[in-house]
Design a protein around this ligand. Structure first.
Ligand code: OAD
Length: 235
């Protein structure tokens, strides 16, 4: 028998215990900011400075936080399985916890790319630069002379890594969903690509909108939920 394959689909909830707020919980980011202003492609063209400042703030916050036990337990799954992490998060906490195969569906806040570059997953990753935790300002230019923009999939843009993510879910024996409200498509529909015989777990302290009988809901926060999941896996 081949190695167990696990596809882990994560959202902001996995980083909540690191101190990064989620988007849609009470007091979440979208209570204080309008996503259509700060995180959409139309918002970018309306007011680039507002969008740059929003992601400068996200980058600065990320600098001060650490991966938590949930990120670490997800990384440790690689000891016993072929794991691919598909995250909606733009933070780098999965990588910092040691996960080696991470697909960032919605981009990465520590990276930038030229506004006018044609970004598509197959060839233009070379236009993407690591900026670490630095600010990006109006007038900061890429080598091709165009304004730098956050390497984020804005609302209204395509999700170039979707196909890769679908492939990983289709191969998985276990699909583990952690800390996402499953409100944003197409990420929210990824689990539907799971094989009919795959097991699906979801770790979230809130009620979940999924009704398929084969889905096991571990109703808990990410850290203690992951501990329960690991116990379940060892049975
Ligand atoms: P949401 O804020 O929509 O959902 C966060 C989920 O985490 C909710 O289901 C919470 O119940 C759960 N949660 C809260 N605390 C938790 C904890 N300690 N442990 C585990 N779960 C917890 O965040 P996402 O689903 O990630 O996209 O949002 C999806 C996308 O919407 C984001 O990637 C972002 C946003 O707009 C872009 O900006 C492109």
């Amino acid at each position: 028998m081949g190695k167990l394959r696990i596809a882990v689909l994560t959202g902001a909830g996995v980083s909540a215990e690191s101190g990064l707020g989620t988007y849609r919980d009470n007091g979440g980011l979208w209570d204080n900011y309008d996503p259509m202003e700060v995180a959409s492609i139309d918002g970018w063209y309306r007011n680039r400075k507002l969008v740059l400042d929003f992601y400068n703030m996200q980058r600065a916050r990320l600098k001060d936080v650490l991966p938590n036990d949930a990120h670490r337990m997800i990384a440790s799954l690689e000891d016993r399985a072929d794991v691919s992490v598909i995250t909606q998060n733009v933070d780098n906490l999965h990588e910092r916890a040691g996960s080696t195969k991470v697909i960032h569906l919605h981009g990465e806040v520590t990276k930038v790319r030229p506004e006018s570059g044609v970004y598509d997953d197959s060839f233009s990753e070379r236009e993407v630069f690591d900026i670490g935790y630095e600010d990006v300002n109006l007038g900061d230019k890429a080598p091709n002379g165009s304004q730098l923009r956050p390497h984020i999939v804005f609302f209204g843009e395509a999700v170039p890594k979707l196909e890769k993510a679908v492939e990983e879910v289709e191969k998985a024996d276990i699909v583990l969903i952690v800390g996402t409200s499953l409100q944003v498509y197409p990420a929210a529909s990824l689990y539907r690509y799971a094989r009919p015989d795959a097991r699906i777990y979801i770790i979230d302290p809130a009620d979940v909108p999924l009704r398929e009988p084969r889905i096991v809901h571990i109703k808990d926060v990410a850290t203690s939920g992951m501990r329960k999941f690991l116990e379940e896996l060892s049975k």
